[in-house]
Design a protein around this ligand. Structure first.
Ligand code: FAD
Length: 117
C-alpha cells in the first residue's frame, strides 16, 4: 500500500504549474511573432478557465481579465507572470518574490545548474 500513487494535492498542482509557467516565460522569445503572442495569450486564458482548483481558477480569471497577459517580449511576460504569482502569494500570506529579470532568470532560466541540487 505504501507504493500507491495518489492524485496531486492542490499545492503539488500549484508548484508544478508555476514551474512550468515560469520556465515557459523564461524561454519565451525576445521578439515573438504575432502567432506566438496569440498562442501564449490563449494558453493563459485556457489555464484560467481549466485550472484544476475551481476557486483558484476563478480568482486567476478575474486577475487575467483586469490585467491581460503581456506577451510583447520575454521580459514583459516574465514580469507579468511574476506579478500574477505575487498576487497569489500575498493572498496566501507567502513571501513576495522580488520581480527583477535577473532574479527570475537566476531562479528559472540559468542553464548552468552545477551549483544547484
Ligand atoms: P509556490 O507558490 O508554488 O512557488 C514555487 C516556487 O516559485 C517558489 O519556491 C519560489 O522559488 C518561486 N516563486 C515564488 N513566487 C514567485 C514569483 N512571484 N515569481 C517567480 N517565482 C516565484 N493556492 C491556493 O491555496 N489558493 C489559490 O487561490 C491559488 N491560486 C493559484 C493560481 C494559480 C494560477 C496557480 C498556478 C496556483 C495557485 N495556487 C493557489 C497554488 C499556490 O500558488 C502554490 O503553488 C501552493 O500554495 C504551493 O506553494 P509553494 O510554497 O510550494 O510555492
Amino acid at each position: 500500500p505504501s507504493t500507491k500513487l495518489c492524485p496531486p494535492s492542490k499545492d503539488e498542482i500549484g508548484s508544478s504549474t508555476w514551474t512550468l509557467l515560469h520556465s515557459m516565460a523564461a524561454w519565451y522569445p525576445e521578439s515573438p511573432t504575432s502567432e506566438e503572442r496569440r498562442l501564449m495569450s490563449d494558453y493563459m486564458q485556457a489555464l484560467a478557465r481549466f485550472y484544476p482548483c475551481t476557486w483558484c481558477a476563478s480568482d486567476f480569471r478575474k486577475n487575467v481579465e483586469s490585467n491581460p497577459p503581456r506577451t510583447d517580449n520575454r521580459r514583459d511576460l516574465c514580469m507579468w507572470l511574476c506579478d500574477q504569482h505575487n498576487i497569489v502569494n500575498s493572498k496566501l500570506g507567502k513571501p513576495l518574490f522580488d520581480c527583477t529579470l535577473e532574479n527570475l532568470d537566476e531562479r528559472w532560466r540559468k542553464s548552468n545548474r552545477s551549483s544547484c541540487n
